[in-house]
Design a protein around this ligand. Sequence first.
Ligand code: AMP
Length: 274
Amino acid sequence: MQIFTKTNNLIKYLESISEKQIGFVPTMGALHNGHLSLIQKCVKENDISIVSIFVNPTQFLEGEDFEKYPKKIEADKKICSLAGVDILFLPTADEIYFEDETNILAPKIKGYILEGYKRPGHFNGVLQVVLKLLNITKADNAYFGKKDAQQLYLIKKMVKELFLRTNIIECDIVREESGLALSSRNAYLEQSEKKDALLLSASLKKATQIVSKGEKDASKIKEEMLKTLKTIKVEYIEITDREFNKIATIQPGNTRILVAAYVGLTRLIDNIEV
Ligand code: AMP
């Protein structure tokens, strides 16, 4: 596995190996089995696999956890190398960003609902860095998790609207046996908070059970989910179609149920397709 820290060196190297199919997995590191599932798929489906680890400053809002975001670089290197990754890209912020930059803005509506409502401007930073990384790697295929469903939707929208040539591959959420969706931020959870963290996936499971029994009324489903989540601070429960339009009635095969909640000081998100 080759490690690059300089953007221009990576670009030059990739120019020298043209004709290969390139797969790319962007991450912020502290890798877990969710990341690993994307990485394994990428390694399997491409000639050259690239993983980036970059805690992107522009997607964190003032007061968020940018400074204390978990870092496990030595373990991450080992995980990538064992998985057969060809290139690990570890840029510093000044390898990615310039002064007085040309910015890309998230869509005014879909970038400012749900996560974008609670974290205004977050998706500007996400799209900005993903666009840069797709341009640097010239990836044929890039792999993203449904764990961050709105992010994935907005990236696909950007790729389509900016006529980028990368295929965006959607990857399923990897969960602990308990149901908890794997996340680097789970590392913030105290042992005593783990039980509460399980309530997010439990509420989604309950929702799918109610739907499978025939309930189609979104408000009734939300009510039931709230009962499961009553001991934690819910930020939102939303039921949308796959294009992130709010819906009042479940559309089987075209619905997503999303939840965001605080467990102690840790903000967790989860979602499920029904
Ligand atoms: P992050 O390092 O949190 O920016 O995540 C990097 C990529 O891994 C994103 O595309 C995430 O959606 C994806 N990811 C994170 N957690 C999971 C998970 N539990 N299952 C599947 N994909 C995930």
